[in-house]
Design a protein around this ligand. Sequence first.
Ligand SMILES: [Zn+2]
Length: 222
Amino acid sequence: MGDKFIGRERAPESIAAAPDCCGDEGTCMPGTAAAVDLPRIERAVREILIAVGEDPDREGLQETPARVGRMYAEMFAGLRQDPREHTRKFFREDYDEVVLVRDISFCSMCEHHLLPFIGRAHVAYIPKGKVIGLSKIARVVEVISRRPQVQERMTEEIANLLVAELDAKGVAVVVEASHSCMTIRGVKKPGSSMVTSAMKGLFRSNLSTRAEVMQLIYGDRR
Ligand SMILES: [Zn+2]
């Protein structure tokens, strides 16, 4: 199952080699432009503006399509990155208790509405000889969140990747987020949040280990 997710990590060749991919220095995003067809996004945004009844040529909107193009390149930068880059460097340690990185903030994009969902991820693992730098875990969250996502899959992807790469005894991922597709449109429920979790290995099989990590995440704030 982990392999299935890992198979998705690389952007398909067709994206990287988009035929009319922007080669224009003026509009390209450094480091990301090769894979993102900015002029195509700009044309699409212009079409959207016309479709909703706006004049894309009025002063305030003239730069908007280009700006939105750069924004999408940034929001979806994770499509062109492999999160495993950040798990390659590890240290040998005998420590075999819970390691938890709490409150990793992220901003992802709901793939159903292309609206942001913003929240925090808590990532824990129990090492089996291999530990990685804490910032690397935050990097993994960053790469996986910067894609068109649903929160459930994002949570699973982070957990499966760490299971596969760290060979840990257990991995627990809890993600909480506010979805703007639910707060600003549709049922319009500001303040609501969604919580998802993925428990692997010992966190799944051992109830007291699971209770311990939930206590570490939430214990002093509920
Ligand atoms: Zn949505």
